[in-house]
Design a binder for this molecule. Sequence first.
Ligand code: DX5
Ligand code: ZN
Length: 222
Amino acid sequence: MVQLLPSILSADFARLADEVAAAERGGGTVIHVDVMDGHFVPNITIGPPVVKSLRKATKLPLDCHLMIENPDEYIPAFAEAGANWVSVHYEACRHLHRTLQLIEHHGMKPAVVLNPATRVELIRDILPMLHHVLIMSVNPGFGGQEFIPFSLDKIRRLAQLRQEMGLAFKIEVDGGVAHDTIAQVVQAGAELLVAGNAVFGAGQAERDARELLNAARKAAGE
Ligand code: DX5
Ligand code: ZN
């Protein structure tokens, strides 16, 4: 089953609860929260206080995508704030296995994110620990960028590895997922579809989430 994960990065932050509610009415089932620290990526967004407010505004799981250095230092605060899924970048973690254990220890679902230049084979040994793998299909930091086509090969390779290893982690894709790319992403093997600009960019989150989800379901044959 494909799922749409609206990314609030492109929402109107002054009306966040309303924006999330609209995306949920449109069929979004997990809220994707982009956390940026101005070091790992060249942008600054939000942290645990906003997650805490979101937790009160929606019952949907909160998928926190940490684009930060030293994520271990902040994992307890995200757990406390009510995060459900936490993903950390392969490129930001010196002791990735330990970081994933820490996320799990705090009762959250662990995931690893791969930048466009990071090969999927590098995380083979820790795949059994993961709730999902997030394939970045843009360089992280900003919404509204163009989808990088070779991400589709990475999704296919990861789906193949999953099958070979008999695992059940989900494949998430983030960046440039929109009406013109979503069918290919689904056909390549992804089921967790993050979309920011395509959901919130036109100020019609309910309508645009619904259309995007319908396109994804059609591509998945659901
Ligand atoms: C980018 C973020 C994405 C972003 C995607 O670094 O990780 O979640 O919101 O935005 P779109 O869907 O607009 O490419
Ligand atoms: Zn993201």
